[in-house]
Design a protein around this ligand. Sequence first.
Ligand code: COA
Ligand code: AMP
Length: 634
Amino acid sequence: MSGEYKQLYNQWQADPQGFWASAAESIDWVNKWDKVLDDSTPPLYRWFAGAKVNTCYNAVDRHVEQGRADQFALIYDSPVTNTIKKFTFRQLRDEVAKFAGALAGQGVQKGDRVIIYMPMVPEAVIAMLACARIGAIHSVVFGGFAARELATRINDAKPKLIVSASCGIEVNRVIKYKPLLDEAIDLSNADAKPKNCIILQRPQETAPMTAGRDLDWADLMAAAQPVEPVPVAATDPLYILYTSGTTGVPKGVVRDNGGHLVAMQWSMQNVYGVKPGEVYWAASDVGWVVGHSYIVYAPLINGNTTILFEGKPVGTPDPGAFWRVISEHNVSVLFTAPTAFRAIKRDDPNGEFVKKYDLSNFRTLFLAGERCDPDTLFWARNQLNVPVIDHWWQTETGWAICGNPVGVELLEVKPGSATVPMPGYDVQVVNEMGQPVEADEIGSIVIKLPLAPGNLPTLWNNDDGYKRSYLSAFEGYYSTADAGFKDEDGYVWIMSRTDDIINVAGHRLSTGGMEEVLASHPDVAECAVIGVADQLKGEVPLGMVVLKAGVTRNEQEIIKELVQLVRDKIGPVASFKSATVVKRLPKTRSGKILRGTMKRIADGQEYRMPATIDDPVILDEITDSLKSLGYAGE
Ligand code: COA
Ligand code: AMP
């Protein structure tokens, strides 16, 4: 490791506030801060306290005013509807300003929450930016979640209004959103229900409207008057994004305006090495943090053209979809999850589709969301002939904790490692007592407070929950809940979660949440859900259930019901497709279920017999059950 990265990281360490104050010069502020960092109430910190700013202005209007009015801001490419639609920065500003006017017309004001439950259509981006324009706080909910998950988010955010669409489109399947929305509103608490819903009617499906509550997107837009951006405090929330925690109740990660703006702009240029004017594509969904940060905010703030892709890496129509989009729209940098590449590799192992397209302008591939397995990295690099960069971050941080900052210096790529900490992050690996461990030794990965700009300042309406979940295990540090190690060169290797979160096709899911659903089945006495290795999705959930005494029903029928129950309660995104009935679950003498040991057995890995196991024979029974499902080395 040499040169520029080290110098930059040292510069940040020597003067963190000076570093971020200088980065903040690239943002257009209404007025600047009193303090770069407000550290008066540790362990809570606020960046750019006293400043006023508007995120939408920085993402859209300023580019219209500063010479990019006719550059494309957004390219909507939708193979599932055969549509390509392009918006210049001027057109995007006009649409956003009008929709902001429509929201204001419905009484939405600064600080009000707006839930956005939409597929990957331009109107989703327009709605997000329109909220930012008037200082309303958006909370986007991913379309693959079921009504109950949406209801949980409604209960917590208490939105004044929900913006939704008649449908989303999966491969060969139209998903009606409106029944899910209606059910979620029915399920939600009386004091949390929205006053109105704005529904985008798509040509593929016309949703029935609820009189007195539902409003038609097109009608509102036809009558709306544009409004100007409203100055908000840098420390005001821009959005809430719910993410899986260790129970069925998701955590409302808050993102502020000021720190987020600075981090987004800085990361585009330094982490991704993208210059204003270039075309940047994050193939994810606006329902995830990757979609928030790198489909919507960062590229627009940096003056890039961003791609909004409503399709899949395979099946829409073939494994060449990504290469078609890159060549057709002249994409310089792509960011997606390793699982997308595993899907492409599965369908086109020899890269025949890669050869069909001109990818000469394509420069770098970034992967995140799960650890990139070396095989996938090598395959992608061989096919594309560009650097393939794994980088590590979380919904909570909003941008990369560790990465290979190609805009600063392309460091040696070590397949399997997320490379090095970015400026802003003092990353340490510690043991249970919170003491730093030696190089190459696995421990819990923690980040010294204060966290970098753009990271969560707290959880929505829940400072105590924030402190309890993230700041209490190691005083003065944020617990990432990831375990791993640093090697002699300072490279960080992320190996596993320390909690019950699993990563399914780059989607973060709580096995605890799934267990709650399984336990609600009348025939289930006890259960455990573990994440087992999957060639395509990285991990998939597997349920192990113990039936109540006296249940004599057909086990396969019960399993079918359990699979359907998780689909209905959490959503198809959970990919919960298999479960098995076991006589007993392995436990410690104190009654803790040995999920980690079961996972190792399922994945065919060696395991040590836990010293505290209650009855070792149970592990043999579990191994047999897993074998019958094709796991445990079968
Ligand atoms: N609305 C409704 N349903 C959705 C949905 C949405 N927005 N998104 C996914 N689903 C459904 C899928 O149709 C699927 O349903 P099924 O069980 O009936 O087949 C289920 O949820 C699971 O979806 P997914 O995990 O995406 O699996 P898949 O088999 O459809 O596709 C991949 C697998 C790898 C192609 C896909 O996950 C992918 O493109 N991943 C790329 C990266 C990505 O989005 N990462 C996110 C964070 S960076
Ligand atoms: P999410 O909040 O959905 O972005 O998920 C964050 C979690 O995904 C992290 O805590 C990690 O467990 C995992 N993750 C994300 N990116 C990586 C990566 N590059 N390498 C290893 N794990 C990752």
